[in-house]
Design a protein around this ligand. Structure first.
Ligand code: SF4
Length: 329
């Protein structure tokens, strides 16, 4: 349904009196993956790794620098706005911050109705009927239609954002950290709502988050991103039971264990994420990896299948005999 190949998105950095381009931010740097119809791919990584830029490029909110995004067989990458319009109906986004993404001066009814108006679907009465249906679908009372976003809690606002995103009955939903601004108790309600909608509507979903525990609840497959690149990808069970990449192992080790007295073997990553303007040579993770070897500093590892579609980009796995036991997790 969604196939991404060698996708690159750079943002120019300008400087000097004439604002000439002096460098690029390498936000997304050669990303490839695919998501089957009706499946959910969880995309995880620390803040600033390029997840949001990737999501926005897939939704055609940013123009790709190079590479391709194929949706249901059509390459969207360099379509003009008119050619993109039918696909904008089919691919919708749920944004991170329900406080920021809703226009506070519009009523909830007009916020949810807006995509129908933009795409000229139905007339006044049929749109109002659709808004009522959507409020039912996301578990909000019909009386919400005439109220304003500031009258709702964070979780309720995210329900409004989801109602707007599904108003056009999309086939693909890109959820950009949809629960990270919410209290933990509300997060599970929104995840359950998304799971119900996925089943009801057969949605293909890209679920972006920095919290692996949240991603586990909703994803069929998981891709781990570090500094503009995917470093590991496999099915959701395998990534938790047998993480291979040292970065994934560190992320998994940071998930709290919900058992009183349980001892966590947390791997602490030293240093900060390097600048995406000057990413490290070779393996981008080498400045923080405890298994670093000479080759890691100079040569970028290939993204190789370790069996059953478990893909990892790490020199430790190019010659499996050299893998130290600690790196196997
Ligand atoms: Fe660590 Fe080298 Fe693997 Fe990169 S390629 S994750 S630096 S061992």
């Amino acid at each position: 349904m969604l196939t991404v190949k060698d996708l690159v998105k750079y943002f120019p950095v300008t400087g000097g009196v004439f604002k000439r381009k002096v460098a690029d931010v390498h936000a997304v740097d050669g990303v490839s993956f695919s998501v089957a119809r009706g499946e959910t791919l969880g995309l995880v990584g620390e803040s600033g790794c390029g997840k949001t830029t990737l999501g926005r490029t897939l939704a055609a909110l940013y123009e790709a620098t190079s590479g391709s995004v194929r949706f249901d067989g059509t390459d969207l990458t360099f379509l003009n706005e008119k050619e993109l319009k039918p696909f904008r109906r089919r691919i919708q986004m749920v944004f991170q911050d329900p406080f920021e993404s809703l226009n506070s001066r519009h009523s909830v009814g007009s916020i949810i109705e807006e995509p129908l108006v933009i795409h000229r679907i139905g007339d006044g009465p049929s749109r109002r009927k659709r808004v009522a249906e959507l409020l039912d679908m996301v578990g909000l009372p019909r009386s919400a239609e005439s109220r304003f976003p500031h009258e709702f809690s964070g979780g309720q606002r995210q329900r409004i954002g989801i109602a707007r995103a599904i108003a056009l009955s999309p086939e693909c939903l890109i959820c950009d950290e949809p629960v990270s601004a919410l209290d933990v108790s509300i997060q599970s309600q929104i995840i359950n709502l998304l799971l119900d909608l996925q089943e009801e509507m057969g949605l293909t979903t890209l679920f972006i988050a920095h919290d692996l525990a949240v991603v586990r609840l909703i994803s069929d497959h998981v891709a781990v991103m570090y500094l503009g690149k995917i470093v590991e990808q496999t099915d959701a069970d395998t990534i938790y039971k047998n993480p291979l990449h040292p970065y994934t192992q560190a992320l998994i080790s940071a998930i709290p264990i919900p058992v009183p007295g349980a001892v966590s073997n947390r791997i602490i990553l030293e240093g900060d994420v390097p600048s995406p303007i000057h990413p490290p040579s070779g393996c981008r993770f080498h400045t923080r990896c405890s298994h670093v070897m000479d080759i890691c500093r100079t040569t970028e590892p290939e993204f190789l299948d370790q069996g059953d579609g478990h893909l990892v980009a790490c020199h430790l796995y190019e010659n499996p005999k050299s893998v130290p036991p600690a790196a196997r997790g």
